[in-house]
Design a protein around this ligand. Structure first.
Ligand SMILES: Nc1ncnc2c1ncn2[C@@H]1O[C@H](COP(=O)(O)OP(=O)(O)OP(=O)(O)O)[C@@H](O)[C@H]1O
Length: 980
């Protein structure tokens, strides 16, 4: 019995250990190695001789093994790393002293070191004159005298920086960089010194001179120089000069010998504001870099992992260090290739210029790990690359990516204004009131409910595979659209009024009084409250109440008017329940409203560092958070509000937000302003940011007929963009532009960088009244289809009635904003919910996306501010003309007029028009207009007649028609025959 127990207790732990230990890392225990062979032999014997069982079950003998996990764990141990780091740091100091001392005592110590084998160590130590004793003398002798001469000093920075990097985990220290520089210096300098020593050898003058100077070159340098000079004589100097130049060129990525700055460099401050520009300049950056262990882990987290093999993980690491918000010098885009295995990392660092081949070769550069903790890495970059190995640390803090800072913006963080409002402390009466501290910068994300494919998602591999064949011949440095206007400066915050930090407008007394009245009013109706909390916003204060158990929510909702009456406040809004909170909200307007200045919402980290494509910083929510949304994801916006409630200011906020964040090459506005005065201020930025029809004088459209043409033209632009996307195999604008920027699309095939187009219609009601279906259909079409190709609509109206906001328009605008409207019905029309009629006006608004309705106080931007902003942009160098939208065959001109054309009805200017067209070899209506000083309609009719006469080809969208007559002589002949 006792023996049985012995057997059980001794076998169980072995099997448990077996289960727990990962198969590959488990130590080879005898029992585990060959259980299959031993088991059958043991069992029959056990049957015959049961008493022998305990013997068979004896604990297996363990052979001494090195456990991989233990070794790796030890390498990862921060204590070990500190030990190693300090060792290197002190070694660098030790070597410095030993080397310097050697310069004075080297010759004296030479015999001591060389006789070391025959002298007792203690005695030799006493004889050595080096400040750091025998070891110092020996190390200096080895590295300086026998090795590299004075060039051996270059070892010291390598040792120092290695220690420094390990101890302080510094990202800005690149050991590989120092190592490469030091190695080259050491070899090159020692050979040069060797050559100098050889050249100075003159046995007749001083036979010992060479011997006295040989510390300069060291044994290696001297021998190498001797070898070279016997081979190529004084050509050694040329060779050394050539090696130095080659090293400088490759190592510092020298591509130009000119002292002036190139175009790309010149554009740094402005163009830094776009990822494309930043990426473009990466190639010019003349320095190397590496990552810290944390960065490595961080980047590891960002990169897709290959989980198939948990011992050898191949990674490609992109250096994505944050870029300062202020225009900063170009940062290199350095690509590291390497391998992570267990606890060790091998990195190869390639300069930016060779980054692409390095990445391409990264598959080949993958390191594999075999055995206990062995790490091997091969760099396969086709340019100069250097590698080093270092142990990784245990991740102490979960790394977080800093994507926001990857897109530098023209706004400076120093511009940040402290916009936090001080909050009054809550005072307690019968029921304590909790005052929620207002958040100033907490993130507020609007969910993307559009179902649009995430454009930032990784490129479709299938699409990449179908690269344009012609594009292969194109150069590898990226296209930068912002270089069209390289000196363009983004607007600064100084253009906006500074109203100082917002001050608290709600007093404790007001808070308490409102609370008491709410509690009292509800009490009258038998509703008792368990707790109440106040959150002060810029316009309203939200009182969140938790009613006693058993109170029906609908009962509180039905008391909305009664509570408003008892609070003597207009604009009470009851949210029952607050989604996701389980409380009931009562929004009470503040007696004194706080104005939210545009500057205070622009000068926030959230806006400055946003990665959104079309960010709009609208204002502040009820909890004082800055409300930033991405128009590109909305993807269209319907805006309503009674007159004087803040629509125009809201539109200006939208336009200003986009002007602050986008370069003219990335964004174009089509502005429709039937009121003629609201948007006219933006005329100044026509050559930078506005788009217009080819034959129109004013970029801002005020005429209803032109609106129809413009909308049709935008539909054409949309169709053409879809054709381009289809041809490029891309699903959305972002993918397409990325491909174009990477020069994978051929401009000769009509591909071009496509800017976002934002259509703003200030008053839809007027258009619907005058043009009805003619505007409704293209608006609905654009709203349905245009989001993927970067055309976004912002449509505002005073009258949110059903004949203006028709079902078809409404259905295609999932994001709607309502300023105060006059009736509940209007509120329902625009938001599908009441509440907008309860707003307090002056920019108080509700924004609805799907089912969520959020109350926001719109920021205030004054007309002089918009004026200054437009002046700032407009006074800079712009494009020669506004962005041209496709030419449309309108009712009066262009298109199909040729079919019923009677030669007898030819325009009197026909022949002149024909001559203009043939002379310029350009079949455009606007050319006829300009040259012959005709109106659009007549020029349109003329071009139709020319088409009918076979002088120009058919209409081709925005492109000029083809001219079918090659020269004036042929034209005259044609005209003569036509006259007969
Ligand atoms: N966000 C805001 N903050 C403070 N005051 C505002 C805000 N928005 C508007 N106002 C005030 O309301 C006035 C009217 O605003 P706005 O001109 O934008 O109204 P509107 O809705 O466009 O009117 P209309 O349709 O008649 O043009 C402004 O002059 C300003 O005084």
């Amino acid at each position: 019995m006792a023996k049985n127990t012995y057997k059980q207790t001794n076998t169980a732990p072995a099997s448990r250990a077996n289960e727990q230990r990962p198969a590959r890392a488990s130590a080879p225990v005898a029992d585990e190695v060959a259980p299959a062979r031993e088991q059958p032999r043991r069992e029959p014997r056990n049957k015959e001789k049961p008493k022998a069982a305990p013997r068979a079950a004896r604990p297996p003998m363990r052979f001494p093994t090195v456990r991989l996990g233990g070794v790796l764990g030890f390498l990862r141990d921060r204590r070990f790393q500190l030990f190693l780091g300090f060792f290197f740091l002190l070694s660098s100091i030790y070597l410095t002293i030993a080397f310097v001392s050697f310069l004075f005592t080297g010759h004296a110590d030479q015999s001591v070191v060389e006789n070391l084998a025959n002298t007792p160590v203690k005695e030799a130590g006493q004889e050595s004159s080096n400040l750091l004793g025998l070891v110092g003398a020996w190390a200096a002798q080895l590295l300086i005298y026998k090795g590299f001469g004075i060039a051996a000093f270059a070892v010291i920075p390598v040792v120092f920086f290695l220690g420094y990097k390990i101890v302080f985990r510094r990202a800005d220290v690149s050991v590989s960089y120092v190592l490469a520089l030091s190695l080259f210096t050491m070899l090159w300098l020692s050979v040069l010194m060797g050559y100098v020593v050889i050249s100075m050898q003159d046995p007749e003058a001083d036979p010992n001179l060479a011997h006295r100077l040989d510390f300069l070159s060291g044994g290696v340098g001297y021998e190498a120089a001797l070898w070279l000079s016997s081979l190529i004589g004084w050509g050694t100097v040329l060779l050394l000069a050539f090696l130095l130049i080659s090293f400088v060129v490759f190592f510092f990525n020298v591509t130009t010998l000119g002292l002036g700055r190139g175009v790309g460099e010149e554009a740094v401050p402005a163009a830094m504001a776009t990822p494309a520009a930043a990426a473009n300049r990466a190639g010019n950056a003349p320095r190397f870099s590496s990552t810290t262990e944390e960065e490595l882990e961080q980047d590891d987290a960002l990169e897709p992992e290959d989980d198939d093999d948990d011992e050898a993980l191949n990674i490609t690491l992109h250096d994505r260090r944050p870029v300062a918000a202020t225009p900063a010098p170009a940062e290199p885009e350095v690509v590291h290739t390497g391998a992570v295995a267990g606890g060790a990392v091998a990195l190869s660092v390639a300069p930016a210029a060779v980054a692409a081949p390095a990445v391409a070769a990264s598959a080949g550069a993958a390191a594999t790990v075999a055995g206990a903790g062995a790490v091997a890495a091969k760099a396969a970059a086709s340019g100069p690359s250097f590698s080093f190995e270092m142990p990784t640390a245990e991740p102490e803090v979960a790394p977080t990516a800093t994507p926001a800072s990857r897109v530098p913006t023209p706004l400076s963080l120093a511009d940040l204004a402290d916009a936090d409002a001080p909050l009054p402390a809550a005072t307690a009466s019968a029921l304590p009131l909790t005052v929620e501290p207002a958040k100033s910068e907490a993130p507020f994300e609007i969910e993307d409910k559009t179902g649009e494919l995430d454009p930032s998602a990784g490129a479709d591999m299938a699409v990449i595979a179908e690269e344009d064949e012609d594009a292969e011949a194109m150069p590898a440095v990226n296209y930068d659209p912002t270089l069209d206007l390289p000196r363009y400066q983004y607007p600064t915050l100084e253009l906006l009024n500074d109203y100082g930090a917002p001050k608290a407008q709600v007093t404790k007394e007001e808070l308490e009084a409102n609370k008491d009245r709410i509690v009292e009013t509800l009490g009258h109706y038998g509703i008792n409250i368990a707790s109440i909390k106040a959150t002060i916003g810029p316009t309203v204060t939200l009182y969140e109440i938790v009613p006693d158990a058993g109170v029906r929510i609908s009962k509180i909702k039905s008391l909305e008017d009664d509570i408003a009456l008892s609070l003597a406040a207009l604009g009470i809004r009851i949210i029952a329940p607050i989604p996701g909170k389980g409380t009931i909200g009562i929004e009470v307007p503040n007696t004194k409203k706080e104005m939210v200045s545009i500057r205070s919402v622009f000068a926030t980290d959230k806006f400055i560092n946003t990665e959104m494509d079309l960010p709009i910083s609208f204002g502040r929510t009820i909890t004082n958070e800055v409300f930033v949304v991405d128009l590109a994801k909305m993807p269209h916006l319907l805006m309503a509000g009674a007159t004087g409630q803040g629509k125009s200011v809201g539109l200006n906020v939208i336009l200003a937000s986009l002007l602050y964040k986008r370069h003219p090459s990335e964004l174009k506005f089509v502005l429709v302003d039937p009121k003629k005065v609201e948007l006219s201020i933006f005329n100044k930025i026509e050559r930078h940011f506005l788009a217009k029809l080819p034959d129109t004088e004013e970029a801002i459209i005020t005429d209803t007929k032109k609106v129809v043409n413009t909308l049709n033209s935008l539909c054409m632009e949309m169709d053409r963009r879809y054709d381009l996307l289809k041809d490029a195999g891309c699903r959305n604008l972002k993918e397409y532009n990325r491909k174009f920027v990477e020069r994978r699309l051929n401009p000769k095939k009509g591909h071009r960088y496509l800017p976002f187009v934002v259509l703003v219609i200030d008053e839809l009601a007027d258009l619907m009244m005058t043009a009805g279906k003619e505007v409704e259909t293209p608006i609905a079409r654009l709203a349905q289809l245009a989001r993927a190709i970067g055309i976004h609509l912002i449509v505002a109206t005073q009258r949110p009635s059903v004949n203006v906001i028709t079902g078809i328009i409404k259905a295609n605008f999932p994001c709607r904003i309502s300023f105060k409207v006059t009736s509940k019905i209007d509120s329902r029309t625009i938001l599908d919910a009441g509440g907008a009629d309860q707003l307090v006006g002056q920019g108080d608004m509700l924004i609805s996306q799907g089912s969520d309705i959020i109350r926001v106080q719109c920021a205030f931007i004054d007309t002089p501010e918009v004026d200054r902003l437009c002046d700032f942009v407009g006074e800079q160098q712009g494009y020669p003309d506004a962005y041209q939208l496709p030419e449309v065959a309108g009712e009066d001109g262009g298109g199909n007029g040729g079919e019923d054309f009677d030669p007898a009805d030819r325009d009197s200017m026909f022949e002149e028009a024909a001559r203009v067209i043939v002379t310029h070899q350009q079949g455009s209506t606007s050319l006829i207009q300009r040259k012959l000083k005709l109106g659009y309609n007549r020029a349109g009719r003329l071009i139709d007649q020319l088409e009918h006469a076979g002088i120009v080809g058919p209409f081709e969208g925005s492109k000029a028609r083809e001219v079918l007559i090659p020269d004036e002589y042929s034209l005259e002949q044609l005209l003569n025959t036509m006259q007969k």
